[in-house]
Design a protein around this ligand. Structure first.
Ligand SMILES: Nc1nc2c(c(=O)[nH]1)N[C@H]1C(S)=C(S)[C@@H](COP(=O)(O)O)O[C@H]1N2
Ligand SMILES: [Mo]
Length: 199
């Protein structure tokens, strides 16, 4: 590794912050929703994992709340180029939910109240990389940000963090979701700037 001397001329305003390429910092929390905001009361909310053989594992709100919660502090990177650092969440790890599920699938399609979908490799939902998040900044997650609960997958562009999530379909073959069908990248790694198909 080389030694980099910033010198005086190279000094930046925020020398400690490294953002993915093409991103800028924002302090507020923009709302990005394709279509109307679904209103799902928690007593009618449920979350279902469906395997490639059609087996279903469903959690009611009450059952989800009874699972061990994790506190998560992560940076968010939206493909529209804003990044928000150090966001604070609470939720249930997908490791906890998927531990009970037997599957040979390699892919997952997140499904939402309201019809939005987004696809991810199953391995990107495991090993402490993804949560069903229901609290933001120590408050119940607001409806416009996906409340009562959303997927949180912060290592990928934020469109992969499905709001109003109602389930995960496990698949043997990859199946593109809403934005992926419209030309956005299948995987969406912000550090490799995978915004669009072909990036
Ligand atoms: N159900 C659903 N989830 C969604 C979206 C959406 O339109 N519908 N938009 C995605 C996009 S493009 C982004 S950037 C984030 C925005 O989340 P926020 O509105 O909480 O900032 O949610 C993602 N999850
Ligand atoms: Mo986005």
């Amino acid at each position: 590794m080389g030694i980099v001397s910033r010198g005086f001329a190279g000094r930046r305003k925020s020398p400690d912050v490294t953002l993915p390429p093409g991103q800028y910092l924002t302090e507020d929390f923009p709302v990005l929703t394709a279509g109307p905001t679904p209103r799902v009361p928690s007593d009618r909310w449920e979350f279902t994992v469906t395997t490639e053989t059609g087996q279903r594992h469903t959690w009611s709100w009450q059952q989800m709340m009874a699972l061990p919660a994790e506190t998560i502090t992560v940076d968010l990177h939206c493909v529209t180029k804003w990044s928000k650092l150090g966001t604070h969440w609470q939720g249930v790890s997908l490791d906890t939910l998927l531990a009970e599920v037997e599957t040979a699938a390699d892919y997952a399609l997140a499904q939402c109240y309201g019809g939005y979908t987004t696809n991810l490799p199953l391995e990107d939902l495991l090993d402490g990389q993804a949560w069903v998040a229901y609290r933001y900044d120590d408050e119940d997650l607001a409806a416009e940000h996906g409340g009562p609960a959303r997927l949180l997958v912060p290592h990928l562009y934020f469109w992969k963090s499905a709001k109003w999530v109602r389930g995960i379909q496990l698949l043997l073959e990859d199946e593109p979701g809403f934005w992926e069908t419209a030309g956005y990248h299948d995987y969406g790694d912000p550090w490799r700037e995978q915004r669009y198909q072909g990036d």
